[in-house]
Every structure is written in structure tokens, then in C-alpha cells.
Design a protein around this ligand. Sequence first.
Ligand code: ATP
Length: 310
Amino acid sequence: MTFAAPAESVHVRAPGKINVYLGVGGRHDDGYHALATVFQAVSLYEDVIARHADDFSLTVSGVDDPDSVPLDDRNLAMRAAKLLAAAADYHGGVALEIRKSVPVAGGMGGGSADAAAALVACDALWGTGFSTSRLHELAARLGADVPFALHGGTAVGTGRGDQLNPALARGRFDWVLVPSDQGLSTPLVYARLDALREEEGALADDPPLSLDVPIPVLQALRSGDPELLSESIYNDLQEAALHERPELETTILRGIHAGALQGIVSGSGPTVALLCANADAARAVQASLDEHGIESLHVHGPVAGARIIG
Ligand code: ATP
């Protein structure tokens, strides 16, 4: 491994995601559920700045509750940096600065975006020169959503959500996001889904261990028509998330009443994603939510994955 002339610092921006479609199948023996999902990267970004250091350290800003994000090896960005150092046989460290915009534990893959950004930033800082496919391989070891944060755009995830294939998506989709003050634990939402399925007697008809994304979802993405897409956005985790946070249903209904085409819980929640016909419609939805004292963000997708900026 050769190390090129290093930069003093590297600034990488990586997007959060919405699961436009999320089908959850049965649970494999390793505890992971079979998934068929469509990710869309949206214009809400995490910024990660990497600087040379002898050791590994991390600072985080942009969060209301500083205790919500771990600063040690539980942090996905820290794990990403250490994984890359081990893979590249790099013996120095890095000081990582994370500026968060994606809600923590919001179902938008903020931690995964940080990990993807840290991989790209450290690769450039250390002059590691890993290929894109090698970075993807390391990303997959960090978590199912991390390769997507590297990739960006719109992509289908199958298997355990980790088998990623680009999806054709034309045009731009406007979303209004309603974040929650309190995050929601992803394992808790999956456990709730299992419990609900058991109660409903789904055990008699086991959920499949291999799923596909329905064709109409892919056709709607290809058409670039938000109205068509609004007919097929879906999330199998939504019922479980609503069970934990019943008030999210009111938010979805309020968004639709305000003019959104459709609304879903993003991933494991609790962020609500409201699909709008265009940017003007999204601004109108925001204004209406604002009148009800509901804070929201207007984003669009698809956008690029983790990129060096500046
Ligand atoms: P998931 O990817 O599990 O669906 P999410 O998108 O809902 O998660 P994240 O913001 O990625 O939520 O964080 C989930 C949990 O992971 C947090 O509660 C936190 O304890 C931990 N975590 C680890 N690294 C990070 C990070 N860089 N930023 C935020 N949380 C992190």
C-alpha cells in the first residue's frame, strides 16, 4: 500500500435517505429480517471533516441532546475510520468532526451517512487510494445502509437490505420531512413488528425469506411522476412505528390534508416523509404544517452519495 501526499483536512458530505418502499419478510436465523427496499438519497446532509491526528477522536455538533450520539467505538463513523485504517495498514489516527443535520435515530440513516462520509474522508486524508468497490465492501461490513450512503441516488436493497442495485429514477421528487423530538430505536420497531405479526397469527403463514420490490414502485420511479409514486410508496414497519408513536398517524393525515400526495414513516421512524407534487406544493404543505406548530423540512431526491466538497 502506498500513501499519496496527504491533504491537511478533508470535508465530505453524505446524504440521509428515505425508504420509498420497505417490505419486511421473515427473520433469518442470524436475527436479520429479509428485506426488499428502495432507498432514495435526499438533500439533507451530514458533514464530516477529517483531520490528521496520532489517535482517533470524534466531535459531534448539530444535535439537541449531546448524549444521543456516542463518541466512542459505538459511533459508526469512528468504526468506519478504524476499519479503513486496519484494512489499509495505516498506523496513524484521525480527528473526525461530524456536523449533523439528519435527525438522530430518525429512520433516515444518519449514522450510516456518517460512516460512509468517514470512509471517503479518511481514504482521501490518508491517501489510501482504495477503489470504490473496496470502499463498498468495507461499508457493507459496517451496516446494511452504509453502502447506500456511499452510492446515493435511488437504489433497490434486497437480501438483508445489503444487496444494492441502482434503480432508474427520472426527475426530482419533493418531500416534506417532519422530524420528531425523540428518536425511535430500530431494533425496538422490528421487535414490535414481530410481536404484531405473531399476534395476528402470521406464524401460520410465515413471512417469506426472500422478497422483491413490486414492479409498480420501480415503474413509478422511472416515470418521474410523483402522483404515480404516491400510489405505491409503502412501509411494512409503519404499523409497528405507529404502535410506538400513535401521534405520527395524525402528522401523516395532517400532511395529506395540507396537500401532500401521500405520507409514510421513513424506515423505522419516527421521521414522517410527505411526498408532494412539486416544490411549490411542498412549500404550501410546509406553510400549513407551520400554522399547526409543526416544524418540517423541504428536501428533494435523488441526490448523490458521499462526496468530497471544497
Ligand atoms: P438505522 O440506520 O438503525 O435505521 P437511524 O437512521 O434511525 O438508524 P441513526 O441516527 O443512524 O438512526 O442512529 C441510530 C443509533 O445509532 C443512535 O441512537 C446512536 O445511538 C447510534 N449511532 C452510532 N453512530 C452514530 C452517528 N454517527 N450518528 C448518530 N447516531 C449514531
